[in-house]
Design a protein around this ligand. Structure first.
Ligand code: PMP
Length: 369
């Protein structure tokens, strides 16, 4: 049925290392309470929507032309935003942007990883790091976290020195477990690692720790800090990720980026959204307070709760995590089975969504899951 339906994936001349793999992605299900992909639960304010709409309308008049390939105006705005948050005087030359931080990470691996090269990350962590490594044919070497999902920094430094990775991933706060690294710890790890170190700060705005961006002046020969507008910034649908680094690193990335990768519409929409940063980020304190409430309530219901510095909470312990995930779904609450045995991850939502989740969690606490 349908054109080409007789062609089977297993008969295609697929790269050997992609055979038998499944695409990454959480189930996108239409249920009342969706707490599975770490988005900001609050829709953008009306003024932001109006501003994005007007900016996109104006940009549409130029749709017959390619966009600014270097996205210079957007990069200047991103630099101003990060400078305001961190106090580090960044300029457009320090910034790079792409369609989500996943694309940023892919460009980093295309530039600094690749065949014959090695990437290391401390697991469990964001599972796209090994997937993007594999997609760029970079060898992935998992390194361990301790029992409470933190990184034993001296041990990790020794490991990095001996493994000699071309690219090291540090996720802070770590998805899906929630711990942050202090910049002093990041500095020690960057000094121990021989190659590029990517600090993935997708959840940086939620963290109580300062950003690793303050290390760029001293460690810019190896450090890249990646960020995204998808999480705290309430712009997941807009697809805008970015990084801060030394200008030479940004120059290096130009060697692999596709020309005109960021559409004129994306650039205009992101710039408009950035003008409303203060209003959007007003939700961060609220979400952090809700996170603390969710953690306390889960603990009170008898769950083991992993302390989080982000907008999600890993909790357990379940005899059968996939079955427990299904039990939450049956109660209209979609959370995430991240593949860590005995644990599930819940994104912090609005107070009403969190109440619905906690009601399900409390009801399920007494059952055999
Ligand atoms: N890094 C981490 C740690 C993440 O959790 C995510 C999103 N799940 C990303 C990067 C990618 O997000 P985006 O491509 O939307 O910027």
């Amino acid at each position: 049925q349908g054109v080409g339906a007789q062609v089977r994936l297993e008969d295609l001349p697929l790269r050997a290392d992609l055979r038998g793999k499944s695409p990454y992605g959480a189930p996108q299900l239409d249920v009342p309470v969706r707490l599975n992909t770490n988005e900001n639960p609050y829709p953008p304010p009306a003024a932001l929507v109006a501003d994005v709409t007007a900016a996109v309308a104006a940009a549409a008049a130029d749709l017959h032309r390619y966009p600014d390939r270097d996205a210079l105006a957007l990069r200047a705005d991103l630099a101003a935003y990060l400078t305001g948050r961190t106090g580090v005087a960044l300029t457009a030359a320090n910034m790079w942007a792409a369609n989500g931080s996943n694309e940023v990470l892919q460009q980093i691996l295309q530039t600094f990883g690749g065949p014959g090269r090695r990437a290391v990350g401390f697991e469990p962590s964001y599972s796209m790091h090994p997937i993007i490594s594999s997609g760029t044919q970079t060898e992935w070497v998992p390194a361990p976290r301790d029992e409470s999902f933190g990184i034993d920094v001296p041990a990790a430094c020794a490991l990095l020195a001996s493994l000699g990775p071309d690219v090291t991933f540090l996720t802070s706060p770590n998805n899906p477990t929630g711990q942050s690294l202090h910049p002093d710890e990041v500095a020690a790890l960057v000094e121990a690692a021989p190659g590029i170190v990517v600090v993935d700060e997708a959840y940086g705005e939620f963290s109580s720790h300062p950003s690793a961006i303050r290390l760029l002046d001293t460690h810019g020969d190896k450090l890249i800090v990646s960020r995204t507008m998808s999480k705290a910034f309430a712009f997941a649908g807009g697809r805008l990720g970015y990084l801060a680094a030394a200008p030479a690193v940004v120059d290096a990335l130009q060697l692999v980026r596709l020309p005109y990768h960021l559409s004129v519409l994306s650039q205009a929409a992101a710039r408009a959204a950035l003008r409303h940063a203060d209003a959007t980020l007003a939700s961060v304190a609220l979400l952090a307070a809700e996170r603390d409430r969710v953690m306390a309530a889960l603990a009170a219901a008898g769950y083991a709760v992993v302390g989080s510095d982000a907008n999600f909470v890993l909790f357990g312990r379940f005899a059968d995590a996939p079955r427990a995930w299904r039990a939450f779904l049956d109660r209209g609450v979609l959370i995430r089975d991240v593949g860590i045995s005995a644990h599930l991850r819940v994104t912090v939502g609005t107070p009403e969504e969190n109440d619905a989740f906690l009601a399900a969690a409390t009801a399920l606490a007494s059952t055999e899951l």
